[in-house]
Write a protein that binds this ligand. Structure first.
Ligand SMILES: [Zn+2]
Ligand SMILES: [Zn+2]
Length: 248
């Protein structure tokens, strides 16, 4: 039986709730149900939970929710899901491209291969070879794992309020990963609120250039493209990103 993190309205003290029926729902990395929690202002009183279909559900189809955040690539999600004592084999995990989003794809390691990307031959096998769809070169999974871990580590050392250092990181890393890779998206997810804050504080209007606005829109577009495919229905993430997209 699972419990759920329930954030209160003040947004600072999350609590955990056990809801007898919804706690029994299975996980999917592209769920067909989303949760809607209801609580009082301090979450000291009764919290209730509703399940809302995120997409049309066929009769007899399993109802599924996500046990973790969905922005990670398959390899990392499946590693983390081991904490729940199962290896996910949902439709998204089975598809090397993750519904055409390529969130785990890294640029081919072969020097003269300019356009190829590596993806696991079998995403359900942690030790699977990674193969380039362009030149056919294979790479060991440990090489890809090391590269991604190194980049994540580098990202985590950046000054969290320094927009320029995130933009520089993005520029550097785009040369090593697919443009939709989840490390890049995690970086964009952080950059977008920094952009918004900067624009909101820019009363004189002289700091924001056309180029910045274009960059911000492009980041939103890339992020929404992925959410549209893996986080179906009306979710908080999609709402937040759409709001950033339309509020220049
Ligand atoms: Zn899965
Ligand atoms: Zn290649």
């Amino acid at each position: 039986m699972n419990c759920f993190e329930v954030s209160n309205r003040t947004g600072d003290n999350g609590v955990r709730g056990v809801f007898p029926v919804t706690s029994l729902l299975s996980h999917s990395c592209s769920p067909n149900v989303r949760m809607a929690f209801r609580n009082d202002a301090t979450c000291q009183g009764t919290c209730s939970n509703r399940c809302v279909a995120a997409v049309d559900v066929e009769e007899g189809q399993d109802l599924t929710v996500a046990y973790l955040h969905l922005h990670m690539g398959t390899k990392e999600r499946r590693e983390r899901l081991k904490d729940w004592f199962f290896l996910c084999a949902c439709d998204r995990c089975k598809d090397p491209t993750e519904f055409g989003t390529w969130q785990d794809a890294v640029r081919c390691f072969k020097n003269d291969c300019k356009k190829g990307f590596l993806l696991p031959e079998n995403p359900l096998d942690f030790g699977s070879l990674w193969k380039c769809g362009d030149c056919g070169e294979s790479s060991d999974s440990s090489l890809v794992k090391n590269l991604v871990e190194e980049l994540l580590e580098e990202k985590n050392t950046l000054d969290r309020s320094d927009l320029q250092s995130y933009l520089d990181f993005l520029d550097r890393v785009e040369k090593k990963l697919h443009e939709n890779h989840y490390v890049l998206n995690a970086t964009r997810r952080w950059i977008l609120p920094l952009y918004c804050r900067m624009m909101a504080n820019n009363k004189a209007g002289n700091l924001v250039t056309e180029d910045m606005l274009e960059k911000k829109l492009e980041m939103c577009r890339k992020y929404l493209y992925i959410l549209d495919r893996v986080e179906r229905g009306l979710t908080k993430n999609r709402g937040r990103e759409s709001n950033i997209y339309v509020n220049l």
